[in-house]
Design a protein around this ligand. Structure first.
Ligand code: ADE
Length: 238
């Protein structure tokens, strides 16, 4: 496992990783497109990190599947990594045992919960079922849980989304993993998603408030697990 590329939506999630691995910004790597790339040699590996970049008008990080597809595609075509790690924050479910600050490694496959196409064949394509690496070799060595990551384009959740999660077994709700998993599958590159829980979707509290209140804590836990994956060479056991 020589080249590892982190795909991270938000600058706030990426900053501790950039600092820890001593990553340098690659100026103008993707021309005028928003994603930003960083690189360093670290612990015998080449580490890359690509963020989604920032929307000029608002100064906000681009989030969601469209931005993640662009970042992942640019990352893979520019750096040909041996492993992609999609690191970010996510919503969890009390009913599935999640707590704020828990870190999940993706397990089994990655799905979507808001793509409803009730036509045989396209229904399954809509839901994704995209491959990810089996984390079970490393899960006992790292302070993390494992679960099925499920992606959609909204921070909130609808009854239809919940219904689809029941069908797919989705447990960790984010806005990018499915998109990164799709690109990784097209290029046949192993993917691990690392997701830290900022909010509990089924706890009856406001998701935006939980997200804002818990973002720093979740990001610290997220980055801690990401550091250990590289520092303790756990990625080599995947
Ligand atoms: N990121 C953090 N919390 C989330 C949620 N509840 N849904 C989607 N993405 C998230």
């Amino acid at each position: 496992m020589k080249k590892v590329c982190f795909i991270v939506a938000m600058q706030g999630e990426a900053k501790p990783l950039i600092r820890h691995f001593g990553l340098h910004h690659i100026e103008g790597c993707f021309g005028s497109l928003p994603p930003q790339a960083y690189r360093a040699s670290y612990a015998g590996k080449e580490i890359f990190l690509v963020t989604n970049g920032i929307e000029q008008e608002t100064g906000l990080d681009y989030i969601g599947c469209e931005a993640a597809v662009l970042s992942a595609h640019l990352a893979v075509s520019s750096f040909s990594p041996d492993l992609i790690i999609n690191a970010g924050t996510a919503g969890g479910f009390v009913s599935k045992g999640a707590e704020i600050g828990d870190v999940y490694l993706s397990n089994k496959y990655v799905v979507f919960h808001d793509r409803r196409v009730p036509i045989p064949g396209w229904d399954k394509m809509g839901q994704g079922y995209l491959p990810c690496v089996d984390p079970l070799n490393i899960i006992s060595e790292i302070n993390a849980k494992s679960g099925v990551c499920t992606s959609g384009s909204s921070l909130d959740i609808t009854g239809d989304d919940l219904e689809q999660m029941k069908q797919t077994g989705g447990e960790v709700k984010d806005m990018e993993a499915g998109a990164v998993a799709w690109v990784a599958s097209l290029y046949n590159i192993p993917l691990l998603c690392v997701k830290a829980i900022t909010d509990l979707v089924d706890a009856g509290h406001s998701t935006p408030e939980q997200f804002n209140d818990n973002f720093l804590l979740a990001t610290q836990r997220l980055d801690d697990v990401c550091f250990r994956l590289i520092d303790e060479k756990l990625v080599d056991k995947l």
